[in-house]
Design a protein around this ligand. Structure first.
Ligand SMILES: [Zn+2]
Length: 411
């Protein structure tokens, strides 16, 4: 009996390995790409380039600072109401969710783009087109991907495409600040999602894991005093300077990808006083949590030594932490294989990296298979000079469309 069971187990394991190794994703994707209905959907994108551009600009000009996305969400909701969707609704935190149900038997596939931008409330946004590019704050991050989702929904409708699995389109709030939107959505829908695709940045390639990011503010606390007060003790800026110099001597690995940056510092409020509180920030990143932990320990040792040497103490403030979002073996998952095949089918030679830092990380941390990619090449994200190339967006939209159909399955 035991032996029989063991045999069956081995057999079923062998069959599932076989199924994995024999599924030919490039061939499957090519077949879908060549299906007449999919060709019709691609033609729709080519025929409506001007309308897509006009709508992209309109949405860009509806300002949506992080935490104040409602006006833009309402605008998009008005468009969604005209499509063949099974439901359009808001959830408890203001994410706008549209469901296009499949015929059954396919995976549930989520595509998200975030509504919010990093720009201040009150900013008047006016897009300009010159030299084949659109210029406007937020035009790329993440409005290009909002427009890509809307264009693919219309193309699916026009070409009468039915998928097997459900397509769930989510326009999320507060990606740029605290991931409130995606956290809420994932928490509420965990267990019902098979694939999660965050559209944010990107064009040529995609990410399949998230980099860990820890932010700290370190303080040296000393007695302070007038410039002419007896020295030592010195200004707390002295152990700070010594520490920064030593921290930059630390070996930060390049493989796996890791980074260390000291970007902000401060001390006394006036020229003629010794700092009683001198501080600096550290931005520590790695795709391996062990590396972040090790660098954190080495930095703490340096700070303690330099504080002791100057007769002062240290205070550590954690600004934010988000661990590396990694699912073991995810590089070989169905989602990643299909995404790679889709990119190649549309002529991309995709860089496939594990250094994402967007909504995708939240899904991965919840154990959901997830990637992040985007629909077009842009420049100067998070700056007032932000701009995007126009023509490549249409190819990017076809990429997203093919990804939707290939993942959910063509009926
Ligand atoms: Zn973004």
């Amino acid at each position: 009996m035991q032996l029989m069971r063991a045999f069956v187990l081995i057999l079923s394991a062998a069959v599932s390995v076989l199924a994995q190794t024999t599924s030919n994703h490039p061939e499957q994707v090519r077949q879908i790409q060549n299906a007449p209905k999919v060709k019709a959907a691609f033609d729709y994108i080519d025929r409506y380039k001007q309308d897509i551009l006009a709508e992209w600009i309109q949405i860009t000009e509806v300002h949506a600072p992080s935490g104040h996305e409602q006006q833009r969400a309402n605008y998009i909701e008005g468009l969604l109401r005209k499509y063949k969707l099974d439901s359009v609704r808001y959830d408890g935190v203001g994410n706008l969710i549209a469901v296009r149900k499949g015929t059954g038997g396919g995976p549930a596939v989520v595509f998200d783009a975030h509504l919010d931008t990093v720009f201040q409330p009150g900013l008047k946004i006016k897009a300009t087109v010159r030299g084949g590019r659109v210029h406007a704050p937020g035009v790329g991050d993440d409005t290009r991907n909002i427009e890509a989702l809307l264009a693919t929904m219309r193309a699916l409708d026009e070409a009468n495409i039915q998928t097997k699995g459900d397509l769930i389109f989510v326009f999320t709030v507060e990606e740029e600040t605290n991931f409130k939107g995606v956290k809420h959505f994932v928490q509420e829908n965990k267990g019902k999602i098979d694939h999660y695709i965050a559209l944010d940045g990107g064009y040529e390639g995609f990410t399949y894991a998230g980099i860990g990011i820890n932010w700290y503010r370190h303080h040296f606390i000393g007695p302070g005093g007038h410039t002419r007060s007896r020295t030592p003790p010195y200004s707390a800026s002295l152990p700070l300077a010594r520490s920064i110099s030593r921290i930059y001597e630390l070996k930060v690995p390049t493989a796996p990808p890791s980074n260390l940056n000291i970007g902000m510092l401060g001390g006394s409020e006036v020229v003629n006083a010794k700092a009683s509180d001198a501080w600096f920030t550290v931005d520590l990143r790695s795709t391996r949590n062990e590396i972040i932990a090790s660098l954190e320990k080495q930095i703490a040792a340096i700070l303690d030594e330099e504080a002791k040497r100057a007769g002062m103490r240290v205070k550590k403030e954690l600004i934010s932490t988000s661990p590396a979002a990694v699912i073991p073996g995810h590089r070989d998952s169905q989602l990643v294989k299909i995404a790679e095949a889709v990119h190649r089918a549309l002529g991309f030679d995709p860089p496939i990296t594990n250094t994402g830092s967007n909504n995708s990380s939240v899904a991965l941390l919840a154990g959901i298979s997830s990637i992040s990619t985007g629909a077009g090449p842009c420049a100067d994200a998070h700056a007032l000079t932000e701009n995007c190339e126009i023509e490549p967006l249409y190819r990017g939209i076809k990429k997203i469309l093919l990804l939707e159909i290939a993942l959910a399955g063509l009926e």
